[in-house]
Design a protein around this ligand. Structure first.
Ligand code: ADP
Ligand code: FRU
Length: 317
């Protein structure tokens, strides 16, 4: 990939405790392991893209605190550019998640705290030079006042840029709708991007009970020429293009389930990576499921750097 892939959205600190079993309320126990790592959907996806070999950039907001310096070191060591991030000065706090990973089944329980850090603004976004990007992915997130209109405007700004460019110069766009609690605000993003990733939780909240049913329902709401992609945990993923062609992939379970934290972010990144290389929707979601499955067999995502070279996971060139 000659030009960058950018992911716009959250970076936070994940404070992870690995427990023997999921703890009982009001109990007291020692954990098996404890560590900090960089988290946030856009931060995770941009990192996976870099580990897979893409030129990757993260754009989000930084507070001016020690947690932010930790995040920046992680981005740098993982090869992800952050030079277009806006750093807010004193008084702002880096968002944090306290996470319990159950070592029996790899489940992750997330307690997220986000106090006052603003989301990326259109004004900041307009400072980037769009010609450096091949693909821009947005994590659907309402801003502090509860609106996702700023993302709508950033996507419209890219559409406008694309309008006067040849096909090969155009930027592909994607958006992720993940959190059911924000569905009312996020639904307005459905018809604003070329690829729409919709999580299992989001689909179930809408009363949709399988990946196929979800893809069929949501493609109706996407814009002409777009595709919808629905990951479905242990049931793999499905996608549909605007001609109504449905493709599916099974999941690829690791030998031992270790940690499912960021499986969805990994799936999104690997699928984008494959699509950006011109792969079909079917091949891209299969690659997404393979890489996400490999991730579930390891702690965190850093080990993906080595996994991608194994023959089974090779993206056919
Ligand atoms: P999220 O992290 O958003 O909850 P999902 O649970 O839908 O995401 O998982 C995203 C992708 O990760 C799935 O499509 C699948 O390919 C992979 N995955 C998730 N859970 C497992 C699992 N237990 N075993 C293997 N792969 C999994
Ligand atoms: C995983 C994740 C974590 C973060 C949380 C925020 O998808 O991005 O890294 O703490 O979700 O909701």
């Amino acid at each position: 990939m000659s030009v960058r892939v950018m992911c716009v959205g959250l970076a936070c600190v994940d404070i992870v405790s690995v427990c023997k079993n999921y703890p009982e309320e009001d109990s007291d126990q020692r954990v098996l392991d404890f560590y900090w790592q960089k988290g946030g959907n856009a931060a995770n996806s941009s990192t996976v893209l870099s580990l897979l070999g893409a030129k990757s950039e993260y754009m989000g907001s930084f507070a001016n605190d020690n947690e932010m310096r930790f995040l920046q070191e992680e981005f740098t060591s993982q090869g992800v550019l952050t030079s277009n991030c806006h750093t807010y000065d004193t008084g702002y706090m880096t968002p944090t998640s306290i996470i319990i990973v159950n070592s029996q089944n790899g489940s992750r329980t997330i307690l997220h705290a986000s106090k006052n850090l603003p989301e990326v603004s259109l004004e900041d976004f307009k400072k980037i030079d769009l010609k450096n990007y091949k693909w821009i992915h947005f994590e659907g997130r309402p801003n502090l006042s509860g609106s996702s209109y700023e993302i709508v405007r950033m996507l419209a700004y890219i559409d406008e840029y694309n309008h006067s460019r040849s096909e090969s110069e155009q930027i592909q766009t994607s958006v992720e709708l993940e959190k059911p609690a924000r569905a009312a605000e996020l639904d307005q993003l459905l018809d604003k991007a070329n690829y729409v990733f919709i999580s299992k939780d989001y689909n179930q909240h809408k009363g949709l009970n399988s990946k196929e049913e979800s893809a069929r329902a949501f493609i109706q709401k996407c814009r002409k020429g777009a595709a919808v992609i629905c990951a479905w945990g242990e049931d793999g993923a499905a996608a549909m293009d605007s001609q109504g062609q449905l493709v599916t992939s099974p999941c690829f379970p690791p030998d031992k389930l270790c940690d499912t934290l960021a499986a969805g972010d990994t799936f999104n990144a690997a699928t984008i990576y494959a699509l950006a290389q011109g792969k079909t929707l079917a091949d891209a979601i299969t690659f997404g499921c393979k890489i996400a499955g490999a991730k579930c067999g390891m702690q965190g995502i850093k080990g993906l750097k080595d996994v991608k070279f194994t023959e089974e996971l090779q993206l056919n060139q």
